[in-house]
Design a protein around this ligand. Structure first.
Ligand SMILES: Cc1cc2nc3c(=O)[nH]c(=O)nc-3n(C[C@H](O)[C@H](O)[C@H](O)COP(=O)(O)O)c2cc1C
Length: 176
């Protein structure tokens, strides 16, 4: 894969807000998650777990993502993947702990791009009620779950939107 291919992947990936209810093959789902788990992390601590919710667990999780009428589009998505922090008690982990949000962000990026390359659509969902999610996912209260990724197939005919991004001059600086 060259840079142009990568750029095309980045351009095609967009937050999906019209999922079809078509189920996702379990093997494909596993392959996408395994690819994402190759993401880099501080001291290679991999302070994370992907908790893949389908079926009843997914149904239970959906209302946790719908504060203030947000994220109704997640209802149709057949899969919700919780991005969960796994903190470790060892001293290196403590030192590298400040990077956990950074590491989880990288993991999420890997996940959504791996999914896109497999023909799957995603939407990162930051609106969430962590307390209730911990209960549903059998995680200790206080576990950091910075986001959930809704995953599935986009509704047929969903157009690829033009990317709205700040001007490059505002976000890219070269200093010689
Ligand atoms: C941390 C984070 C939280 C987000 N939360 C939501 C959300 O709760 N609901 C939603 O529809 N989109 C959410 N998004 C998607 C952004 O709105 C989207 O990435 C941005 O508008 C750029 O559009 P694009 O992903 O289609 O390129 C979130 C994205 C990130 C990175």
């Amino acid at each position: 894969m060259n840079l142009k291919d990568m750029e095309n992947l980045y351009l095609a990936r967009q937050s999906c807000r019209s999922f079809s209810t078509r189920p996702v093959d379990r093997t494909l789902l596993e392959e996408v998650c395994k690819a994402a788990l190759l993401a880099p992390s501080a001291c290679n601590l991999q302070p994370w777990k992907l908790v893949v919710a389908t079926g009843k667990t997914k149904e239970a999780l959906t209302p946790c993502l719908q504060r203030l009428g947000m994220n109704r589009h997640a209802t149709a998505a057949p899969v919700l993947i919780a991005i969960v922090a796994q903190q470790d008690a060892n001293p290196v982990a403590k030192k590298a702990g400040e990077f956990i949000p950074f590491d989880l962000g990288g993991l999420t990026s890997h996940l959504i791009l791996a999914a896109e390359s497999a023909g799957l659509a995603t939407c990162i969902l930051g609106w969430r009620t962590e307390e209730k999610m911990c209960e549903i996912l059998n995680l200790p209260q206080g576990t950091l779950i910075p986001a959930v990724v809704a995953l599935g197939y986009a509704e047929e005919g969903t157009p690829i939107r033009e990317k709205k991004r700040k001007k490059t001059e505002e976000t890219l600086l070269f200093l010689d």
